[in-house]
Each structure stands twice: as C-alpha cells, then as structure tokens.
Design a binder for this molecule. Structure first.
Ligand code: ZN
Length: 336
C-alpha cells in the first residue's frame, strides 16, 4: 500500500502521517457529474478510506464529453451514475470502501446521508441543494467544499463551520428563477469542471490531513480567458445559517411536487419564486427543444418530456408520476 501512494507520500504536504489520515477519512460526494467524477476518482486514487458518492441521475451520451468516469457501456447498461462510479472505482482501488447511493438529496434525507462524514464535497448542478448542504454542514459541524462550473467559468470555496463565512454569507438569497443558468442551457467545456474539481480535491486533502494553509477565499476561474481570481468574503453578521437558523433543512424553501389528479403529470412549485419572464425563458430554451408560449404559459418539449411553465414559476411536467424526475427536469431547464 505504501508503494501505491509513494509519490504522494514524497510530497511534503502529505507525508506518511498525512497518508494515514487520508486512509482514516470518510468523505461524502454529493452529485456525480463532471465535478463529482473528477473528485471521486481523485479521492479514491489518493487512498481516502471511505468515499460515498450520491447522485440521482442516469448517464446520457451528452455526459460523456466531460464526466470522466463513465463510458458507452454504462449507457447501454442503463446504469445510474452512482452505481457506475462505484463499479469503475472499485477496480481502481480495492482498498477504499466505495459506496454509490442512488438518491435525490433533499431535506428529508440529507442528515442521514452525511452522518459521520469528515468532509462533504459539492459535485452538484443546482444551488438549492447546495444551500441544504450548507445548513446540514453548519448544524453538524462538518466542513464542506462548495464548487460549481458552467460554460468556461467556475467557483469554489471552503466552508469550515465556526471558522469561515458560509454559502449564505455569500448569497443571502438564492438567485431567482430564470437567472439561474444550468449546463443544460448555457453549455460547458470540460476544463471548467476539471479545474474546479481538482481545486476541491486539493482543499479536501489539506482539510483531511489537517494542514494550516487552507484557502479562505472564494476562488473564481475562467478557463477560456485564463483568469484565476481570489475574492475575499466577509462573514455576514445577520446570516441566518451562521446564526443557527437552518431554513433549508426545515424544508422551508423546498421545491414542492404534487400529482395532478386524473392525469400522468406532476406539478412542481418553487416557494422562492413568484414571477418568471416567459419570454426570457423561451429564449434560453429555444436552442434545446420545441418552445411555444404566450402571456399565460410556456410549453417546452425536449427528448421525451413535455413541460408547461406558468408566469408564477409553477410548472407541470407531463407523462410522469416520478417526483424526483420532475424536480430534476425543473432544475435542469428552468433553474432552481
Ligand atoms: Zn453564513
């Protein structure tokens, strides 16, 4: 085992003691897309003792451009991302305890899913779940590393409960519907998540081995322009989460789903949104599928899905009774 990690042990920041600490650590990765696959593969190769990988999605062809753990066989075998990741990584390092969990992380299950973790890493594609992680992290005093990437841009920040500002210190409110771009609407080139994922892994190693030189800024990159910036974040005195009020963990801002009576459709409601510009939404969705709209509603068809969006932010996802699919489609195309 020493031989496997010899090059990492030679690095003074890790050393023999650091390697042992990594081997005794338990990390939870939430979201296994481009960011998550880079993070998972690096942590398993580095010999982190236990790695749990949580994701709710299946693999699609448009994922392969940047989600390095997956291949065409996984799509043919219709594997969920968490399962495919677990299978591939067990072949990479059999000494690591790897657990793929297929789940939609929400306020009802997050406390159980992160229980006992030394560190949580963000591989998500939506802000809503990140605010939920933020609450859970502060409540249970588990550090987490925020990371997000879209287009050629990315951001990351370490959140150490009681020491650093938190995500709600950065964004007191979640940006409202229609302004939240996603990789499915704005596109993404692989270097953006690769760089951010790698920065998250570097900080994870530092936190797990107990290094003092942990980054306390928000790091912003633009891979296309070659920009790498540090932004100082101050703690907000009136931050509810830092003050011990966990709104997201109580489900107060959770996107709500209801089955529509007499038809195969799910209604999705976002309590944080009271108005959405259907015109702007149509402009964003037009390159991706068939869009029609008037002042009352917008109809969008993509792949085998159909959704209707209303100006109050409500949406009806047709031809499904699956809440987590409905929530995923809402997050993907409309934003959180
Ligand atoms: Zn805060």
């Amino acid at each position: 085992m020493i031989d496997r990690y010899s090059r990492q042990i030679l690095f003074p920041g890790i050393g023999k003691e650091g390697q042992e600490r990594l081997g005794n650590s338990y990390t939870v990765i939430i979201g296994c897309g481009a960011l998550g696959t880079i993070i998972a593969t690096s942590l398993v190769r580095a010999g982190v003792g236990k790695v749990r990988i949580i994701d709710r999605d299946f693999i699609e062809y448009h994922n392969l451009q940047r989600q390095v753990l997956f291949d065409e066989d996984d799509i043919r075998n219709q594997l969920p991302k968490a399962v495919a990741a677990e299978r591939h990584l067990k072949k990479v390092n059999s000494s690591v305890e790897i657990e793929g969990v297929v789940a939609d992380v929400n306020y009802t299950n997050i406390e159980k899913l992160i229980s006992g973790a030394d560190l949580i890493l963000d591989g998500l594609d939506n802000l809503e779940t990140r605010f939920l992680i933020n609450d859970a992290s502060l409540k249970y005093k588990i550090p987490w590393i925020y990371g997000g990437a879209i287009s050629s841009l990315g951001m990351t920040m370490n959140i150490i409960p009681g020491e650093t500002p938190c995500l709600r210190c950065v964004w007191p409110k979640i940006p409202s519907l229609g302004t939240g771009l996603t990789c499915d609407t704005a596109g993404v080139i692989s270097p953006a998540p690769f760089i951010i994922g790698s920065l998250e892994v570097t900080e994870a190693m530092k936190i797990l081995v107990g290094a003092e030189e942990i980054n306390r800024d928000l790091v912003y990159i633009d891979a296309w322009e070659g920009i790498f910036d540090h932004i100082k974040i101050s703690p907000r005195l009136d931050c509810p989460a830092c003050g011990g009020r966990y709104d997201f963990l109580k489900g107060q801002f959770e996107v709500e789903c209801n089955m529509l009576c007499g038809q195969s459709a799910v209604q999705v409601m976002n309590p944080r949104v009271d108005e959405v510009s259907l015109e702007q939404l149509a402009t964003r969705l037009e390159p991706l599928g068939k869009v029609t709209y008037n002042q009352f509603m917008l109809n969008f068809k993509v792949d085998n899905h159909e959704m209707v969006v209303f100006p109050d932010g409500r949406a009806i996802i047709r031809n499904t009774q699956d809440y987590s699919l409905a929530r995923a489609l809402y997050a993907k195309y409309i934003g959180t």
